[in-house]
Design a binder for this molecule. Structure first.
Ligand code: 13P
Length: 260
């Protein structure tokens, strides 16, 4: 039975008091859930406070970005060492908003993936096509290029520690989710790419998350798909009620599938 992996990307939302309030309610809501890997990625300013509050919980902490250098004159940036220090185990890399608004390239993302792994941070590497690219039927070549370039020179041992997130840009914050079939088609394609490069065993160990307008009422159908291991949730992770319900529905769906 697969263990759902549900991560919340809070983006640039929540002050510290708001973040504490949210995490306390989430913690209480998922208290009895042991069969789900939950990761919360708040803004940097809330990392320390969340780390303290999550000490007695299985919920893990992640950051939303990082610089590939360990230290230096990079005003406004944050290093992997600092994220470890703040209690992070995960870091989102290559999010489409970073690519779109901050001109991040696959080469830069690749540097980040390598440093993250070096400092024992687990990258949640985001890849996905834009609407124009999908309309031009280029989604597979776009995702393949992002996959190959962002993971250039990554070893077989290291890829097993990477979490991949397929986030079609047209589904992010738009309320327009990829259908479970569209998600499965791309997830199985990504799984095949891993298999071709790193072998069957490694491919089966890598979690592939879906991201883009995930809600309590669509997570079940997505999780039923064999290559969808979980979700990277944006908007719906900002309210405890919807995030907790996504976690519970994902677990219930996986259990029901296993009983079949
Ligand atoms: P939404 O769930 O708001 O569409 O955001 C998805 C996302 O970008 C997660 O990283």
């Amino acid at each position: 039975m697969k263990r759902p992996f549900i991560a919340g990307n809070w983006k640039m939302f929540k002050t510290c008091p708001e973040a504490l309030n949210l995490v306390q309610t989430i913690k209480a809501g998922v208290y009895k859930t042991t069969d789900c890997q939950i990761v919360l990625c708040p803004p940097y300013t809330a990392l320390g406070a969340l780390h303290a509050i999550l000490q007695d919980s299985s919920i893990e902490l992640g950051a939303q970005n990082m610089h590939p250098e360990t230290e230096g004159a990079f005003t406004g940036e944050i290093s992997p060492v600092m994220l470890k220090d703040a209690g992070c185990r995960y870091v989102i890399l290559g999010h489409s908003e970073r690519r779109q608004f901050f001109q991040e390239t696959d080469t830069f993302v690749n540097e980040k993936v390598k440093t993250a792994l070096k400092y024992s941070l687990i990258p949640i590497l985001c890849i996905g096509e834009t609407l124009d690219q999908r309309n031009a039927r280029q989604q597979f070549e776009v995702v393949k290029a992002q996959f190959e370039q962002s993971l250039k020179d990554i070893t077989k041992e290291d890829i097993a520690r990477v979490v991949l997130a397929y986030e079609p840009v047209w589904a992010i914050g738009t309320g327009k989710t990829a259908t479970p079939e569209q998600a499965e088609q791309m997830h199985s394609y990504i799984r095949r790419l891993i298999k071709e490069q790193f072998g069957d065993d490694t491919a089966s160990r890598v979690s592939i998350l879906y991201g883009g307008s995930v809600k309590p009422d669509n997570i079940g159908e997505l999780m039923k798909k064999p290559n969808v291991d979980g979700a990277l949730v944006g908007g719906a992770s900002l309210k405890a009620e919807s995030f907790v319900q996504i976690v519970l529905n994902a677990c219930a769906c996986v259990e029901a599938e296993a009983r079949k």
